[in-house]
Ligand binder design. Structure first.
Ligand SMILES: N[C@@H](CCC(=O)N[C@@H](CS)C(=O)NCC(=O)O)C(=O)O
Length: 225
């Protein structure tokens, strides 16, 4: 029997601090599944009890998300989203040129843009009270600006990074969402519009709603658009 006939299950959190809600990376997988129209169920973990040495099964680093369908067991959102995107041309064009460009943007999101963005997130969320935070911020913001400027130039006046929405845009949007509590995107109106355009997709809205619906409490502070 093909693994594709089994129910898809992904891991997610039933509780995580409010600042992270709407940003947790299972959103990428949920969004991918919504775009291609595949149902899934979630296996939930409470972040308050999954700390220390507790590990989320099937994810070597104890993180979310993990993905399971039949014998297929995956971790790493980039791998999961690309694997799923291959099942339909909604997120991955069937022509070789389009498919390979989409793959490049998927890796660019996770490997070229996200590392700089995450350094800023860590500084703002976990290191802001350190005596050296003020000294470090211009350097970190400079790195992010460098990436954003190049991304902005690559996007230009188009709606998407290539001639249509792909898994590359999906992943890039989830990376840019981590800048929501900063003003950095204000300097790049085309990127701000790009992110808003992607977030307006019904599949994204369904994925976001589903992530919030899985939190067990009513502490539903969100990352507003
Ligand atoms: N590279 C991994 C990163 C996964 C990741 O950072 N997950 C976070 C939530 S967004 C997590 O589980 N953090 C809790 C921890 O690290 O213990 C991926 O893309 O899947």
């Amino acid at each position: 029997m093909s693994a594709e006939t089994d129910t898809i299950e992904i891991t997610a959190y039933s509780w995580i601090p409010p600042f992270a809600r709407g940003l947790v990376r299972d959103l990428r997988v949920r969004w991918t599944l919504e775009e291609i129209g595949l149902p899934y169920r979630t296996q939930l973990f409470d972040r308050r009890t999954e700390q220390g040495n507790s590990r989320i099964p099937e994810q070597p680093f104890g993180q979310v998300p993990a993905f399971r369908q039949g014998d297929v067991r995956m971790f790493e959102t980039g791998a999961i989203c690309l694997y799923l995107a291959e099942r339909s041309d909604t997120l991955l064009p069937s022509d070789e040129v389009g498919r390979t460009r989409a793959m490049c943007w998927a890796f660019a999101a996770l490997n070229s843009v996200e590392p700089a963005v995450m350094q800023l997130s860590v500084l703002n969320l976990f290191e802001a009270d350190k005596p050296w935070a003020g000294e470090r911020r211009p350097m970190v913001e400079g790195m992010v600006h460098d990436r954003l400027q190049h991304l902005s130039d690559a996007l230009g006046e188009r709606d998407w990074l290539e001639d249509r929405f792909t898994v590359g845009d999906l992943l890039m949007t989830t990376v840019l969402r981590n800048l929501k509590r900063t003003k950095l995107l204000d300097d790049y109106p085309n990127l701000a519009a790009y992110r808003a355009r992607a977030e307006a997709r019904p599949a994204f809205q369904r994925a976001l709603e589903a992530q919030f619906a899985d939190f067990i409490d009513d502490d539903q502070e969100r990352m507003e658009a």
